[in-house]
Design a protein around this ligand. Sequence first.
Ligand code: PEP
Length: 244
Amino acid sequence: MRTPLVAANWKMNGSREFAEHFFADLDLEGVTSDVVVCPPFPYLPLVAQVAKDKGSIWVGGQNMSQEPVGAFTGEVSASMLLDWNARYVIVGHSERRSLYAETNELVAKKFVAAQLAGLIPILCVGETLEEREEGRTLEVVTAQIAAISDLIDTNAWKDAVVAYEPIWAIGTGKTATPEEAQSVHQFIRAQLGNIGAEVQILYGGSVKSANAGALFAQADIDGALVGGASLDAKEFAAICHAAI
Ligand code: PEP
């Protein structure tokens, strides 16, 4: 059985005051899914404290360096995330791929470095609108997964999460239909080999409380990576409640 997981990606949003109010308003009473909050790095200590006090959330990083230590100005290592009790780290988010030129190969190195350090990578994969219209969705996702599979033992997928995030659906208000998302999730699971049945595969792209239930009802959708809607404590809690 795969436990559902709902992950909040705050991106570069919020403030100390916002974070304090967010957790004061966040009511996860009765939620049975795993919940992870990935704040901007400066707010990791605050989220770590809430995780310790409330016990109902996990801490996650939004990105990390593939390097363990050294002269890499502006970067954050896996061990630094672990210092704040992070359990998860997002790797290969489409904004990192498109705005910071992260390639499949670099993302694969980050994935391996995260696992080596004891973090669970949340690997983001997904196609652009152009790639979808050209009928290349499965080809793109296959290459993104293969870059990792080339570096790891198949069993290592068990200690990872995959998030299918069609880029045309991120922050646009457009969502893949539950059936469209399900068919890509099923395909991704098959790409992960024998261990695929055990891997949590999340959907991401304009998930909100109004569409979460229909997405989570799909056989291969195990939860969501949530951007915009994770900035509203009530909305985010409603999404977590829908993940059963
Ligand atoms: C994301 O950034 O991973 C994401 C899915 O964003 P949004 O929910 O805003 O589309």
